[in-house]
Ligand binder design. Structure first.
Ligand code: UDX
Length: 436
């Protein structure tokens, strides 16, 4: 099939590349000329595991091409994916200006029947708005489908190629059949393609992300309570998670959820509720608790240093909002670093992938280490913000010689408390007792 993907961010690029992988001819469109040029030369503009291999293969095969022209995209594709940003507006709602702007242009340039697919996370009612905007510009026949993505950064290629489900929101038989044909190769294992109306599809994405954010936040509250009553959240997590109604996943407490999706989507759903007179009390609580959780280590750090951290040096391991990505959007590490800097501390950071992004944000305010040990050199304590695998098995003796004192604030519970006690560390973690 012939596909155009408008917008080559994480979602658009993964969608385009993976659709090319099953033999479709995919033209990816982006307004950023430098980025398009870079992609035409075979360079992947983001870090996402396995994407580079598929990218190269499909470019070589001539199935994956790039352009800055929306008109070309419309000429090429029978199905036009919109993978445009929907950033958070000042009031928490999703900003639809990119999506509706492109919709208008599509209306002005469309020549024959197209299926326009909303891949971006958009509030309920957006498919109707897109339809309205296009219709106001043209009489050419088209359908708008809501097809939310459920891709996790770091696993996006795998998630796209082997999805647990595909959600198609449409009431047009013609569009539904085309979408089913497109996705058939991805659900050979028997995972479902769930067809529903556009509004339900749009809400499915927000409901799923908000539920997961709530699950994590609930566990963070349990962890904080564990500390107060002397329980161990690891044990509680296992005791709870083995109940199949609860499930083991997304129960890991830490320094809050971040990233480009959860914070924005929870706020947008909450705001959508307000707009129609529905108050999502539960989401209000999730937003509040997560804001506090992101900085939960700060009071511990301050109290360890008797209330004054001015002039102290901290090593920070992990800057990305989670492992296997270079994405630092809403990363808890940034909130911690900003706070510590403000209080006069020195920071030495290391992350396997996110250093360039952090450098762009913080410039000379931080010291950028070559590796995890370099970051720890001469630091007064180590703070762990992201659970990259390479942080899981450090040489503790080496760490002890590098740090001025054996002190770790672990925001991701990487180590066993008993092991850290035996290694002789003062070890703070989340929802477990502190060793001194
Ligand atoms: C998420 C959804 O999982 C995906 O389906 C959607 O399409 C986009 O948003 P992503 O943002 O890539 O994906 O990250 P995810 O792996 O879901 O983690 C989100 C945040 O929750 C991270 O900050 C992570 O550290 C945190 N998290 C996750 C926890 O704190 N504990 C957990 O148990 C799981």
């Amino acid at each position: 099939m012939k596909i155009a993907v408008i917008g080559t961010g994480y979602v658009g690029l993964v969608t385009g590349t993976c659709l090319a992988e099953t033999g479709n001819e995919v033209l990816c469109i982006d307004i950023n000329e430098d980025k398009v040029q870079q992609m035409q030369q075979g360079e992947v503009p983001i870090y996402e595991p396995h994407l580079d291999v598929l990218f190269e293969r499909n470019i070589k095969a001539g199935r994956l091409t790039f352009s800055t022209s929306l008109e070309e995209g419309l000429e090429h594709g029978d199905i036009i994916f919109l993978a445009l940003p929907t950033p958070e507006d000042e009031d928490g709602s999703a900003d639809l200006s990119y999506v509706l702007g492109v919709a208008k242009e599509i209306g002005q340039k469309i020549q024959s029947y197209k299926v326009i697919v909303d891949k971006s996370t958009v509030p309920v009612g957006t498919a109707d708005k897109v339809t309205e905007v296009i219709s106001s510009e043209t009489n050419v026949d088209f359908d708008v489908v809501s097809n939310p993505e459920f891709l996790r950064e770091g696993f996006a290629v795998d998630d796209f190629l082997k999805p647990e489900r595909i959600v198609i929101g449409s009431e047009s038989e013609k569009a539904i059949n085309l979408m089913k044909k497109l996705y058939k190769p991805f659900v050979r294992s028997g995972n479902p393609i769930i067809v529903m109306d556009e509004r339900s599809a749009e809400l499915t994405k927000y409901a799923a992300n908000s539920f997961l954010a709530t699950k994590i936040t609930f566990m963070n509250e349990i962890a904080n309570f564990c500390e107060k009553v002397g329980a161990n959240v690891d044990k509680v997590r296992m005791g709870m998670g083995t109940d199949s109604r609860i499930g083991k996943r997304f129960l890991f407490p830490g320094i809050g959820y971040g990233g480009s999706c959860f914070p924005k989507d929870v706020k947008a759903l909450h705001k959508s509720g307000i707009d129609v007179g529905h108050h999502f009390d539960i989401l209000n609580a999730v937003i509040k608790v997560n804001d506090v959780q992101k900085k939960i280590l700060i009071p511990r750090i301050e109290s360890h240093f008797n209330g004054d951290i001015k002039g102290e040096t901290f090593a920070v391991w992990g800057l990305a909002f989670k492992p296997e990505t270079d994405d630092i959007r809403e990363a808890p590490a940034l909130y911690i670093i900003e706070d510590l800097l403000q209080k006069g501390a020195n920071i030495q950071v290391f992350d396997p992938e996110a250093m360039p992004n952090v450098k762009r944000k913080f410039g000379e305010q931080l010291t950028y280490a070559l590796n995890k040990y370099d970051a720890a050199n001469n630091a007064d304590a180590l703070i762990i913000c992201t659970e990259w695998s390479i942080f899981r098995t450090p040489d503790f003796n080496k760490l002890k010689t590098l740090l001025k004192a054996p002190v770790i604030f672990d925001g991701r519970n990487l180590f066993e408390v008993e092991d850290m006690q035996n290694e002789g560390f003062t070890y703070y973690s989340i929802g477990r007792k502190t060793t001194k």
